[in-house]
Design a protein around this ligand. Structure first.
Ligand code: AMP
Length: 173
């Protein structure tokens, strides 16, 4: 499936100068999610990185893509959420945005120490969000073995901000 031809570009959203890559038409395609899941699974299998114990999805589009992948792999799914959404004790990471800061949280008991995890999100732009999620994995004592993104914005060099683990991206701009 040609994902790029189905992903929609919205200029100046959510603010002027940003070309927003809108994946909702791809999700609306009856084959879309199945094809994305299959491609992620094939690409991770090709990397020979061994068993995957857990998929971590970053709120909120990382949930949509991560949950079916976890189901398909037969592994656990753990949500990384915006602040004050998770009810039990959390690990917390604050990270810098262009203006101000943002925060991500994950339940302390979500992943056991030593588990091998992959972080999934829809887009990697500057890499700040994905790097923050890696810090939560670190706090949990789990082992980050890879990243998966549906879309990578190559010109922003976001992968430079990430720990040195394999990165799978299905569509590049
Ligand atoms: P960053 O932390 O800069 O890598 O930004 C990544 C987060 O922002 C992801 O969770 C994306 O969903 C969102 N994002 C950033 N840039 C775009 C874009 N051009 N189109 C769609 N989503 C974006």
């Amino acid at each position: 499936m040609d994902f790029k031809s189905i992903i929609r570009d919205i200029p100046d959203f959510p603010q002027k100068g940003i070309l927003f890559r809108d994946i909702t038409p791809l999700l609306a395609d009856p084959q879309g999610l199945a094809e994305i899941t299959k491609d992620f699974q094939t690409r991770f299998a090709e990397l020979n990185i061994g068993a995957i114990d857990c998929i971590i999805g970053i709120e909120s589009r990382g949930f949509i893509l991560g949950a079916p992948l976890a189901m398909s792999l037969g592994c656990s799914f753990v949500p990384v959420r915006k602040p004050k959404k998770l009810p039990a004790a959390v690990f917390r990471v604050e990270y810098a945005l262009e203006y101000g800061t943002d925060t991500l949280e994950m339940h302390c008991d979500a992943i056991a120490k030593g588990k091998r995890v992959i972080i999934i999100d829809d887009v990697i732009a500057t890499g700040g969000t994905a790097a923050a999620a890696a810090k939560l994995v670190d706090q949990s004592g789990a082992e980050l073995i890879g990243y998966g993104f549906l879309i990578e914005l190559d010109f922003l060099n976001g992968r430079k901000a990430l720990p040195e683990v394999p990165i799978v991206s299905l569509v590049n701009y």
